[in-house]
Design a protein around this ligand. Structure first.
Ligand code: DQA
Length: 149
């Protein structure tokens, strides 16, 4: 049984109503339901976190490797939202815990504004999946589990 941390960064709690032309009509609950269904097929346990706060996300990354209770996670799928483009602290936390990371985005960040083209996370990730809507998360989870073997 694999244990994976799924992280949703800032503003992703608004999915469904937030710029639906860019991010789609599915809510975060819809996406989490899809993820749980796929995880069940892959004998995988998910811990899913959404936060609008950089420090909360950093603490959750630390706990994934050094939990207060239970076993460490095997890897992380993260949509860091706008922190992708700003947060050296989230990158350092991910690099620091030495867990394999897959970065995902609903929209194709490379086809959007120039400020979205740079990711602080991508260089320390196993890979990045961008532009497939909710499917980016499923592809990301699949890629991470395949990577873990
Ligand atoms: C996003 C892309 C980011 O540039 C943006 O700030 C988000 C969502 C995505 O999933 O497409 O909040 O990460």
């Amino acid at each position: 049984m694999k244990r994976i941390l799924i992280m949703h960064g800032p503003n992703l709690n608004l999915l469904g109503t937030r710029e639906p032309d860019v991010y789609g009509a599915q809510t975060l609950d819809d996406i989490n339901t899809l993820l749980h269904a796929y995880a069940a097929e892959r004998d995988t346990e998910l811990h899913i976190v959404q936060s609008n706060h950089e420090g909360v996300l950093i603490s959750e990354i630390h706990l994934a490797r050094f939990p207060m209770v239970g076993e460490p996670k095997h890897g992380i799928v993260i949509n860091p939202g706008a922190f992708t483009h700003t947060s050296i602290a989230i990158r350092d936390a991910l690099a620091g815990v030495e867990l394999p990371v897959v970065e995902v985005h609903l929209s194709n960040v490379h086809a959007r504004e120039a400020f979205r083209h740079h990711s602080y996370i991508a260089p320390i990730a196993v890979g990045q999946i961008s532009g497939f809507g909710a499917n980016s998360y499923l592809l990301g989870l699949q890629a991470l589990l395949d990577h873990l073997g």
